[in-house]
Design a protein around this ligand. Sequence first.
Ligand SMILES: Nc1nc2c(c(=O)[nH]1)N[C@H]1C(S)=C(S)[C@@H](COP(=O)(O)OP(=O)(O)OC[C@H]3O[C@@H](n4cnc5c(=O)[nH]c(N)nc54)[C@H](O)[C@@H]3O)O[C@H]1N2
Ligand SMILES: Nc1nc2c(c(=O)[nH]1)N[C@H]1C(S)=C(S)[C@@H](COP(=O)(O)OP(=O)(O)OC[C@H]3O[C@@H](n4cnc5c(=O)[nH]c(N)nc54)[C@H](O)[C@@H]3O)O[C@H]1N2
Ligand SMILES: [Mo]
Length: 772
Amino acid sequence: MERMTGAEGDTEFRPHSAHWGVFSAAWQGGRLVVRPHPEDPDPNRILQNFPEALRHEARIAQPMVRRGWLENGPGADPRRGRDEFVPVSWDRALDLVAAELRRVPMQRIFGGSYGWSSAGRFHHAQSQVHRFLNTAVGGYVRSVNSYSAGASNVILPHVLGPMEEISRRNVSWEQVAAQSEIVLAFGGMALKNSMVAGGGISRHIERGSMAAAAARGCAFVLIGPLRDDMPEEAKAEWLPLTPNTDTALMLALMHTLAAAGLHDRAFLDRYATGWPELEAYLFGREDGQPKDAAWAAGITGIPAERITALAHRLPGKRVLVTVAHALQRAEHGEQPVWAGIALAAMLGQIGLPGGGYTYALGALGHTGRRMNLVSTAALPQGRNRVGAYIPVARIADMLLHPGEGYDYNGQRLTYPEIGLVYWAGGNPFHHHQDLNRLRQAFRRIETLVVHELAWTATARHADIVLPVTMTLEREDIGSSQTDPVMVAMKQLAAPFAAARDDYAIFTDLARRLGREQEFTEGRSARDWLRHLYDRTAQDLRDKGFAAPEFEEFWQQGLLPLPEGPDTGGMLRAFREDPEGAPLPTPSGRIELHSATIAGFGYDDCPGHPAWLAPSDVPGPGAPLRLVANQPATRLHSQLDFGGHSQERKHRGREVMRIHPTDAAARGIRQGDIVRLFNARGACLAAAELSEAVMPDVVNLPTGAWYDPEDPAEDRPLCVHGNPNVLTRDVGTSRLAQGCTGQLTTVEVERFTGNLPPIRAYAPPEALPAAAE
Ligand SMILES: Nc1nc2c(c(=O)[nH]1)N[C@H]1C(S)=C(S)[C@@H](COP(=O)(O)OP(=O)(O)OC[C@H]3O[C@@H](n4cnc5c(=O)[nH]c(N)nc54)[C@H](O)[C@@H]3O)O[C@H]1N2
Ligand SMILES: Nc1nc2c(c(=O)[nH]1)N[C@H]1C(S)=C(S)[C@@H](COP(=O)(O)OP(=O)(O)OC[C@H]3O[C@@H](n4cnc5c(=O)[nH]c(N)nc54)[C@H](O)[C@@H]3O)O[C@H]1N2
Ligand SMILES: [Mo]
């Protein structure tokens, strides 16, 4: 069963998997036809980005080296991102990378390499690059936490428990469908988001679960700026709320409950610590300001009567509070996560089926599901001998301010001095904020090595670009802890041009560094698949289940995995026995006041949940709030050039939604090309007038590839619609230093100039091949 090279023309449907769904594909009439998993009750169209993407001109055909780097050697260079490229052979490219890895000490290599890459568990690029740097180089400066949940990753363990536990193991969709009476969905539970699950997903159950709950009489309340953050099936009541003011609303709900004596004192006494401190704050005993509904109305834009009425609906009901990731991807993002817990604690439902608190339900197709009983395949990472790390979203700070100190979670850390940055499987020009600042940061380093399948802006900023296969061009195993199917992902197409697998590239590099055996352990890619499979198979057998041999699994294509019971997780166990199953917090209880956090002395994250007025508020020059959320038509920036992503653009631009009143005030009509701008940057987009967006808010999702009109400028216009030219590169607080990219402030105007062409997908200029 060697790798096939002539897959095109194969008319048999073969299984494969992506972060947005298990599927099968075959070639029909010279075109790849993609079919979702037959048992998926609610498949999505992101899968339809594949056919056009496979052989698109945006693919990288061969290894390339930036001209200035080739001529002058490693070093800071303002031409990074607008230089020409020189095609080189694989041998030459790998010699150059190996020489750099020998030259630059591991303490000066940043290999954090954040990014989602592809669903297969072996060719998962981030796992590959980390394993390679550990086993073949010795280590690297890493990153911790995620862009997804930077603030929650840090605050949740202090006050309730680990983020993954709280989001995945406690409250399930089954419980919601059967038991919840009221669901307060802060930030909603948009179906566009639960299409996605890392490692693949065979069944999208969110729409059906919300429909079942609504049919039973469960009331969903959508709190947030966009009406379509809940599906119609949920029949949700929409409470339009000024972005980044959820904490004020939560505090006012708590104040109303406490003032009326409707809070669950017995629950707070038994299961929580810090209620007296929080109560004092709610009643304004500290600062003279009661956090009542009238106070919150002025902040949130929600009338006081609506807030008090909502509060009075809650006591005695099975109420579930869920807080979307989006709320904490913002200034002081720790606060709504913590305040939501406090609200749920006052209602006394934490640990009951379908009630209490869950984090980010529906943000991904991982949440609200049963966990598999057996382990998921994962490539071992080896040992990193470098201790230094950064919170992931501090990358530009690190590159711009080496040697400077900063606060993080009670520690004083120092940014290391980085010479070489190695990226495989992520797109910082997608995920990072204030891209003009990121460009400055990347200009300062000595060498940027990027593995990519397409000419993303990150690849264009690299010094050495190595073209990789996309998932369809190799075989792999698809698997996730929250999906009951393991997928034998078959190769569906030959590698594009000279593209190679990340694993093959790292193997050749490891050989040049004299560490091939350490990296490969003597295994071919196919051997690794068998090895990863065998571990899950052994786990199955150890637990008394049958498991086929690898060859049979590969033949079969799909292997069902046993799901565990819906136990209610850590929070249920804690409710049932708070002494026997305490929470992993310092007090063993829910911390409404944290002595640890208070002890850090941070004014931007005090010892209890608090309203901290944000600094990024509408003002002259930027009177509108921008919501830069996840895109419905793709995963982040991946396959933005694919068919489904393209068909939703207008005149080639990403679509920005604006309320008709705000549009009229600016003379903007449906379909107009508009310019969004603020002090940091500007981009074009196509206007869509919509009452699903609340007034004073505009919505431009992420993922349109960065496309600078004149890259020689300091703040070029992005002609395509990447909102990260506008967002701010500041941490959530000194506690978590998380990403704050979800929200910022902007102005919008009609664009009346000549419409610049989209060049984001066209390969950069290539010079004749170098003599070698
Ligand atoms: N303004 C704003 N910004 C945000 C967010 C926001 O809400 N607002 N959300 C943030 C969040 S939650 C996240 S998780 C990040 C996501 O940021 P990323 O994960 O960096 O985004 P992706 O577009 O998924 O990048 C993955 C890259 O890997 C490449 N790739 C795919 N397969 C392979 C492979 O096999 N090998 C290699 N070498 N490369 C491969 C793809 O071509 C793509 O360029 O964005 C963050 N950025
Ligand atoms: N189709 C698709 N799905 C995805 C992804 C993708 O790229 N494409 N990315 C996946 C990833 S990596 C992640 S981490 C998750 C992210 O999950 P989230 O971060 O929750 O997703 P977003 O779509 O960014 O935000 C959800 C909604 O929150 C609302 N919102 C924004 N700010 C506020 C606020 O201050 N208050 C309130 N109440 N609401 C607010 C916005 O209206 C937005 O639509 O999504 C995942 N799902
Ligand atoms: Mo994310």
